[in-house]
Design a protein around this ligand. Structure first.
Ligand SMILES: [Zn+2]
Length: 70
């Protein structure tokens, strides 16, 4: 599974704030995930992040990408 910045993902563990949904804000050697519940940002090594992510909830909107470049 390939993830990209802007994707919304679900993780195994529930964040203390009660949210299971995270937005990917960085991909690479490390992944940065922003909690959609409280805005908390965590950095995880790629293998850990890939393990923690159970589901791709919402793919980054291609149309939004187009809007940003124009
Ligand atoms: Zn949270």
């Amino acid at each position: 599974m390939l993830y990209e910045v802007g994707d919304i993902v679900r993780t195994k563990k529930v964040h203390p704030c009660g949210s299971k949904l995270w937005e990917i804000t960085r991909v690479g050697v490390d992944f940065k995930l922003k909690c959609l519940g409280c805005g908390h940002v965590v950095t995880m090594e790629r293998p850990k992040a890939l393990k923690a992510i159970t589901k791709l909830e919402k793919k980054y909107n291609e149309n939004e990408k187009d809007n940003k470049t124009s």
